[in-house]
Design a protein around this ligand. Structure first.
Ligand code: NAP
Length: 314
């Protein structure tokens, strides 16, 4: 682990050293001179060369010099950790989804406000290279049809992860919420969900597939299909027909096509962008907590027609 040597760097701790912490957070922090990874709280060993605590409580008590924590564990245990860190006066970055329920997220937002600390509910897909240009292009246009396909092989992306199949783990909405985070960022008109069909493996508590329908209340045809049974290549794409041309985002927002023509993008990386945003929010004394993607997921469960599918085994 090569930590930043900048003495002005903000000390930060990572809590939950698993797949996303190792794949993205730790490399992004190692390259960011604004932050220094100063400690971890990890039940499984942490990061070599960085002080590790068994619990967040022990870390907070021993290291009052660390003003920020990044919570990289699954959603269900995240509320308790975020609450503990906020109560200890630390700035908190949340992995997506920001909570296992909406009430948790709103509570954390209020607690952070009362404590005068920054809370950043991060949505990594919003930092994909094509998303900001897509939002700019769509502003002022009127969408007529939106089609989202977010299909991947669960065995490839979540091998052996039990929590995704437990209540609060979201099932196929764990990746699907990334699409919804992009949609809610770029769509120039507000949408609400009108129908959903959720397919649950008969031995699991969360859905393996979901079909969603949205409206703007004004004739817009918007649908999404999320599926974890995809074989072959992953499909993470969004197509938006408007009154003045067509936009397509491919590869989870990394590639942007306007009227069939690919756009050259400036790609600084999703997680480097998230940490730049977190640093900015802290510097400006602000929070950024947008629950809009999670609201659509909650609505999909509330309005969902539940189907039973084949059992799923890892
Ligand atoms: P993971 O590897 O299964 O778990 C992350 C780590 O969290 C674990 O290694 C463990 O760290 C800690 N943890 C697990 N269960 C816990 C519990 N009950 N209480 C406290 N800590 C616990 O999960 P992940 O794939 O990294 O996903 C974590 C979050 O990142 C999810 O919300 C997911 O949606 C999001 N995310 C994941 C990906 C991805 O590609 N996997 C991409 C983007 C976002 P220690 O052993 O160090 O305690």
């Amino acid at each position: 682990m090569t930590a930043s040597s900048d003495t002005n760097a903000l000390a930060i701790a990572i809590v939950g050293v698993g797949k996303i912490a190792r794949d993205q957070h730790i490399p992004a922090l190692a390259r960011d001179p604004r932050f220094q990874l100063a400690a971890t709280a990890s039940r499984s060993g942490g990061v070599q060369g960085v002080e590790t605590f068994e619990t967040l409580g022990a870390l907070l008590a021993a290291r009052p010099d660390i003003p920020a924590v990044s919570l990289c564990m699954p959603p269900v245990p995240r509320f308790a950790a975020a609450r503990e860190a906020i109560a200890a006066g630390r700035h908190v970055m949340l992995e997506k989804p920001p909570g296992a329920s909406l009430a948790e997220v709103f509570r954390l937002e209020a607690l952070a406000r009362q404590a005068g600390v920054t809370l950043f509910a991060s949505w990594h897909s919003r930092a994909a290279a094509g998303v900001a240009p897509a939002r700019e292009w769509l502003a002022g246009r009127r969408p007529k049809r939106i089609r989202i396909d977010w299909k991947e092989d669960v065995r490839k992306w979540h091998p052996g992860q039990a929590w995704i199949w437990e209540p609060g783990g979201l099932g196929v909405f764990d990746p699907g919420i990334n699409a919804l985070s992009i949609l809610t960022e770029i769509c120039p008109v507000p949408l609400h969900l009108t129908a959903s069909t959720l397919t649950f493996p008969e031995n699991r508590a969360t859905p393996i597939a979901a079909d969603l329908t949205f409206t703007d209340g004004d004739g817009l045809d918007a649908t999404a299909g999320f599926d974890w049974r995809q074989e072959g290549g992953d499909i993470w794409q969004m197509e938006i027909d408007t009154d003045a041309g067509q936009l397509r985002l491919l590869d989870g927002g990394a590639r942007l096509f306007i009227d069939g023509q690919e756009t050259t993008l400036d790609d600084t990386g999703e997680y480097p962008t998230l940490y730049r945003q977190f640093g900015q929010l802290i510097a400006e004394g602000r929070s950024d907590v947008d629950a809009a993607p999670l609201i659509h997921v909650a609505d999909a469960f509330m309005l969902g027609r539940h189907l039973r599918g084949d059992p799923f085994h890892d």
